[in-house]
Design a protein. Structure first.
Length: 235
């Protein structure tokens, strides 16, 4: 990271000198790229390969040994074909980076994971929403009403626009893992600059929908079948 000499602290004898930081910092847009580049380079030196389908996934193959590493900024999910190989991989990473082993995976990116058997997992929807005050509400079956449209609606401005934007931002975070609310949240975010009461009612409906599906999850289990089966009720 290079920057110009700040105003009021100019070195007139060396005006061409700039500051060079010893390490990247959070807050700079270059920081995530620098961290990823350093971490990825170290993984490649250990024999990992970057997956072509997902640049956040690194795979190690050597004979019968297999390691999968999923990286999201500074959160890591790591699994291996044996406990000994997993331990060696963790030790190799800890020698280079300050890392903490949190044990078996229970949460990742706001999603909770419940283990039923050693090889049987059921990821449950995130518990992050920040909508604890809304868990007593009556749930609804869809995140958005099928008839009214939000574009061009009129109504009184919401009493607390900051609270509205905070909830909308929290819902934006949820769309990373809850794809079923993506369209509804997008419609809400289009009106964050001037939220009205109808927009707040729609936001509350999304929260009611979330409260009605908090108990649902995706059941994952080992299978020898490699076919991808997809169901859709969209027309």
């Amino acid at each position: 990271m290079y920057c110009e000499q700040p105003s009021g602290f100019m070195d007139t004898s060396r005006p061409g000198f700039v500051c060079r930081l010893n390490k990247s910092l959070y807050g700079f847009k270059q920081a995530p790229r620098a961290w990823y580049s350093k971490f990825a380079s170290h993984l490649l030196s250990l024999g990992f390969q970057e997956a072509k389908s997902d640049t956040s996934l690194f795979v190690f193959h050597r004979g019968a040994d297999t390691v999968y590493l999923l990286l999201y900024v500074d959160d890591i999910v790591l699994t291996a074909s044996s406990q000994q190989l997993l331990r060696r991989t963790i030790d190799a990473l800890q020698r280079e980076f300050a890392m903490k082993d949190l044990g078996k995976l229970h949460h990742f990116l706001g999603s909770a994971l419940q283990w039923r058997t050693p090889s049987d997992a059921a990821p449950v929807h995130p518990r992050y929403p920040g909508t604890c005050w809304y868990v007593e509400c009556n749930p609804c079956s869809t995140p958005l009403d099928t008839s009214p449209k939000l574009s061009g609606v009129t109504g009184d401005p919401v009493k607390d626009a900051i609270d509205f934007r905070g909830l909308a931002s929290a819902l934006q975070y949820l769309t990373f893992t809850w794809l079923d609310i993506s369209y509804a949240v997008q419609q809400i975010c289009l009106h964050m600059h001037d939220p009205r009461e109808p927009h707040l009612a729609t936001l509350k409906r999304i929260l009611r929908y979330i409260c009605g599906i908090l108990h649902l999850g995706l059941h994952l289990r080992p299978s020898t079948q490699c076919d991808l089966v997809v169901y859709s009720d969209a027309n």
